[in-house]
Design a protein around this ligand. Structure first.
Ligand code: PMP
Length: 391
């Protein structure tokens, strides 16, 4: 039996063992090509088939409508903060709105800020000269020291559709452990406004209706595969541009239209990452698809939150119940001075990467798809024993 850590890293993160073994077995001689997959030309038939299967599997698993393009980019989430803004501003839809507004009024780029990553996206919009507007900011609204809650939508400052270029939000804030329920945002936004959604850390964890969104993006390195690949799902009408394109020149590597028009590979893609994602998607399909993933996610998250709720004198999760992330479970210890001991005892039990993000401290267990139910049970059992012996 292989030595495998219980890896609760926020990303790059665990990948199913079966996938790793397949990759290992075919590494030196991929499908009788006489070379490994990372040596294959991206224009070879073998790689083209990996890429087209990856797209087809993703479309089937997420039920992506035909009027959406799937792009395989290398931007990372950080690149997408810029790419989403630049591409939307260059779209005919927004350009026409801007024309109607006239020259002295700038279309608003409207952000829901529920954590560090949506805040960063808002900041990036400002850096690029966008008219960034805050619909709501959970931290400043509650004058809190972090993002723990959001006020009801009735209290949000949602601008009129005619003056709004897009609405942006992050479905799951990886650092804060703050996740939106399905109806938190979409039903409150006028359907004529394109919604941009960062699903980097919870894509493939539950069913959702792709057709409600303008752009969905996700870095692969959390719930899909290795780092390097960023998946973008974009509604085709947002790729239509007026001739002038607002005078904006989008660098080709961030330009959705360039990717969509030049075929799936306008430049060398991150072949190894795509290959592993291909294996992960096959693995998901074989094991019951999105329904199984969603059930597992619910069961795993429940185990941890039940533990915290039944030990309130020992463990604390600061997030309002309806926003508790089912992917990144954050917690702190009530007693001072025990943090280092929890980490070292976890290590002795083969449990790694439970330290909270350096910006917020505390603990964080990322229980992405590849973390098994048994591993979460083992971790919960460990936390129970730790509490019992330190109470
Ligand atoms: N969005 C979310 C929700 C993230 O968790 C991260 C990274 N952890 C990013 C964006 C930034 O992604 P990257 O590191 O790929 O630039």
């Amino acid at each position: 039996q292989e030595y495998r850590a219980i890896n609760l890293s926020a990303g790059p993160s665990a990948i199913p063992l079966e996938v790793l073994k397949t990759a290992q077995n075919e590494f030196l001689n991929y499908k009788n090509s006489g070379m490994s997959v990372i040596e294959l030309s991206h224009r070879s038939k073998l790689f083209e088939s990996i890429l087209s299967n990856t797209e087809a599997d993703l479309r089937r698993i997420l039920d992506i409508p035909a009027n959406y393009k799937v792009l395989f980019m290398q931007s990372g989430g950080t690149g997408e903060f810029a790419a989403t803004h630049l591409n939307l501003m260059a779209s005919k839809l927004v350009e026409d709105k801007q024309k109607a507004l006239g020259t002295d009024k700038k279309a608003k780029c409207a952000y829901i800020i529920s954590g560090v990553w949506s805040k960063k996206a808002h900041t990036e919009c400002l850096r690029m000269g966008g008219n960034a507007h805050t619909i709501v900011d959970g931290k400043s609204h509650f004058k809190a020291d972090g993002y723990y809650d959001l006020p009801a939508a009735a209290e949000w400052d949602i601008p009129n559709p005619e003056e709004t270029a897009y609405v942006y939000y992050c479905d799951n804030e990886t650092i804060g452990g703050f996740e939106m329920e399905l109806d938190t945002v979409v039903p409150h936004i006028d359907p004529s406004i394109p919604i941009i959604c960062d699903m980097s850390s919870n894509i493939l964890s539950r069913k959702f209706d792709v057709s409600k969104f303008g752009v969905i993006y996700a870095g692969a390195q959390k719930n899909i595969g290795p780092s390097g690949l960023t998946i973008v799902i974009v509604r085709e009408d947002l790729l239509i541009r007026n001739d002038s394109s607002n005078g904006l020149h989008i660098p080709s590597v961030l330009d959705y239209k360039y990717f969509a028009d030049e075929g799936p590979m306008p430049h060398t893609p991150t072949t190894f990452s795509i290959y592993i994602c291909h294996l992960v998607l096959q693995y998901i399909t074989k094991n019951g698809g999105i329904t199984t993933l969603e059930n597992n996610r619910n069961e795993k998250a429940k185990l941890l939150y039940n533990l915290f709720d039944s030990n309130p004198e020992f463990y604390t999760n600061p997030i309002q119940n309806n926003f508790r992330s089912k992917m990144n479970v954050v917690f702190t210890l009530k007693k001072q001075g025990l943090d280092a001991e929890l980490i070292s005892q976890a290590l002795e039990n083969n449990i790694v990467e439970i330290k909270g993000h350096r910006s917020v401290g505390g603990f964080r267990a990322s229980i992405y798809n590849a973390v098994t139910l048994d591993q979460v049970r083992f971790f919960v059992d460990f936390l129970n024993k730790f509490a019992d012996s330190h109470i």
